[in-house]
Design a protein around this ligand. Structure first.
Ligand SMILES: [Zn+2]
Length: 64
């Protein structure tokens, strides 16, 4: 297990802990990263949250 290793976010460049605290938005963003953008595990929780918020605002077809 490499649980304590930090990952550099592919979007904003910040280091983050992949096992750090999550939120509902971050979890939605994680699902999107896996199903839509295919870059799961490369984005920090903040970027996943921002992406999930944008998708919920503009792309309602993902949440039917
Ligand atoms: Zn980021």
């Amino acid at each position: 297990m490499e649980s304590s290793e930090l990952i550099v976010c592919g979007l904003c460049g910040n280091e983050f802990d992949p096992n750090g605290p999550s939120s509902a938005y971050a979890e939605a963003g994680e699902w999107l990263a896996e199903e839509v953008w295919r870059d799961a595990g490369e984005l920090c929780p903040l970027c996943r949250e921002n992406r999930a918020r944008l998708v919920m605002m503009y792309c309602h077809e993902y949440y039917r």
